[in-house]
Ligand binder design. Sequence first.
Ligand code: 5GP
Length: 191
Amino acid sequence: MQKKGKVIIFSAPSGSGKTTIVKHLIANNPDLGFSISACTRDKRGREEQNGKDYYFLTPEEFRSKIEKEEFIEWEEVYQGNFYGTLKSEIDRIWNEGKNVIFDVDVKGGLNLKEYFGNKALAVFVKVPSIEELKSRLNDRGTDSEHSISQRVFKAKFELGFENKFDVTLLNESLDESLEKAQTLYDEFKEN
Ligand code: 5GP
């Protein structure tokens, strides 16, 4: 893989608002390309598309890509649900002359930060509290009770990794967070 462009990584416990922030940056920055992860979970209703939000794979397809070393990193993020970053995604985006933007969980974010070194800016998106996180997951209305409790359990663990990231973005007011994220990207790409 050629090491060219830069990468900006957004990591957070599920429900912190990072996907909204990432989508906003993509919509407003034509020089950013989204790294579409592969995953084995079910598609969420009509709001998600294969090849846009994720590459939705069967567990067998995912395993075969692990064996062929097609991933930079992969993880069983939730029990039985695998997620991973494909090497081919980075090539695709850098070949378009763009910087890469990632939406991954906390462990994946740290693995990517290590892999890309000083080409990466790793941003930890933080919710004000676990209670706020629970209510956001409930309001989202896309996850079962089991899925929400798995996500909250994992979030409590993930909050301990904040200080390993380059910067924290506290997501209290979405408008302000969107602005802060844009400023972070502008400053990062100029340096
Ligand atoms: P969701 O099921 O809500 O789309 O994603 C669950 C979690 O997996 C989120 O925190 C999401 O950012 C993370 N995730 C998505 N793609 C990847 C990936 O390629 N690698 C890792 N490690 N986590 C990912």
